[in-house]
Design a binder for this molecule. Structure first.
Ligand code: NAD
Length: 371
């Protein structure tokens, strides 16, 4: 590794508890640790059965189920009012990234600690990033008050996640790893976490796709998901996240599927400019096809192979995006993407990238318009 060791790195502090089948016991211990007596549990109606299982050994003062993807401001306000009137002293969220996001919105203004029990691979539980949506625009921010005090990972809670959603969510997590390789605050520490996260996810997801009840693969995916999120929180949002943020906020595309479809195209654009990271990523994803292969091409081929094996979402057109949406999206990405992106961004290369993701083309580093 030839990276100069000259950087500033912050490690976020939170307790992380792993154990399949142990979420209820871990949660009861966390409630005692916080001496909490007025617990609000946030879980969507759909997630409620999982949440009831997890909360069976604690007293719940209020269940809050108004969970909507991308946290509309009105829902955040409703949850805050409920927490304030109950004098909630601990928030417990059981569910996917949308559920965690609502707990974060409450913590942001009321400063109440969160214990997060994730049931997808979104990774929000391990970041201090919050997001809310109003008038088709998603706003995000960073605030340590929203970082859950504790995360409880229990792979048994993810067994019910359908294969399609598991794959998309797992690739959302892999996107945290890949984007961390060139994000604004990338450094050797978050790159190490990102590459180990990528290795774990790339080995776990095919197992889940083959057998959705493979508990060991589910657990490895959660481990990769946690590392990915820690890397992302440290490195910041790179080009990939800025693109998905624009697409999610402006066109209401589904979060995880959008990440899955866009990631290979961002990698194909950026990999040639970061050959050393690309070579390490190719190895993490299962190795380049041929010894001596160009590192960027090797990384892109390895990701394409993985996405093919997983039958991953690849066409944004399937989720309602159209060609006429692209100029607006390109304009928004150009103004929000990090100036430090390893490849200079232009209307032409971003249009080529988004067109590829729109139609589900197989990306290659040789695509001239993408350079
Ligand atoms: P989601 O939370 O919307 O969940 C998707 C669907 O899966 C929902 O219908 C949910 O009920 C269902 N589900 C959840 N767990 C399940 C289980 N175990 N079995 C069966 N069904 C289950 O989607 P997501 O992809 O987890 O999260 C997306 C949201 O998270 C977005 O709003 C995104 O912006 C946010 N996010 C934030 C961060 C951050 O750092 N702040 C990071 C990643 C994602």
């Amino acid at each position: 590794m030839s990276m100069t060791m000259n950087f500033e790195h912050t490690t976020l502090g939170q307790r992380v508890l792993f154990g399949a089948g142990r979420a209820a016991a871990h949660l009861a211990a966390e409630v005692r640790r916080h001496r909490a007596s007025r617990v609000m549990v946030i879980a969507s109606e759909f997630e409620r059965p999982l949440a009831e299982q997890v909360c069976r050994d604690i007293d719940v003062a209020r269940w809050f189920d108004e969970v909507v993807q991308h946290v509309p401001v009105a829902k955040a306000e409703a949850a805050r009012e409920a927490a304030a009137s109950d004098e909630t002293d601990l928030l417990v969220c059981v569910g996917g990234g949308s559920t965690t996001g609502l707990a974060k919105a409450v913590a942001l203004t009321l400063g109440i600690p969160i214990v997060a029990v994730p049931t997808t691979y979104a990774g929000s539980e391990a970041t201090n990033v919050w997001g809310m949506t109003e008038d088709r625009t998603k706003t995000t921010g960073v605030d340590d008050r929203v970082l859950p005090a504790a995360v409880i990972y229990d792979a048994a809670l993810t067994l019910s996640l359908p294969v399609g959603l598991s794959v998309a969510s797992g690739l959302n997590s892999l996107a945290h790893c890949v984007d961390s390789l060139w994000a604004p605050r990338t450094d050797p520490i978050n790159q190490a976490l990102a590459l180990e996260g990528a290795r774990a996810l790339a080995s776990a997801l095919p197992g889940i796709a083959q057998n959705s009840h493979d508990l060991e693969a589910r657990e490895r995916a959660l481990y990769g998901c946690y590392l990915a999120a820690v890397a992302f929180a440290s490195a910041g949002s790179g080009l990939h996240h800025k693109i998905c943020h624009v697409l999610g906020g402006a066109f209401d595309l589904p979060h995880a599927q959008t990440h899955a479809a866009v990631l290979p195209h961002v990698l194909a654009l950026n990999a040639p400019a970061v050959p050393e990271s690309a070579a390490r990523l190719a190895t993490a994803l299962g190795g380049p096809d041929a010894a001596g292969e160009d590192p960027a091409a090797g990384a892109v081929a390895a990701l394409n192979r993985l996405c093919g094996t997983l039958d991953a979402p690849s066409r944004l057109a399937d989720y309602g995006l159209t060609g006429s949406d692209l100029p607006g999206a390109v304009g928004r990405v150009l103004t929000s993407a990090p100036a430090s992106n390893p490849v200079r961004l232009t209307e032409a290369n971003l249009t080529a990238l988004l067109t590829g993701a729109l139609v589900g083309a197989t990306p290659t580093t040789a695509a001239p318009a993408a350079r």
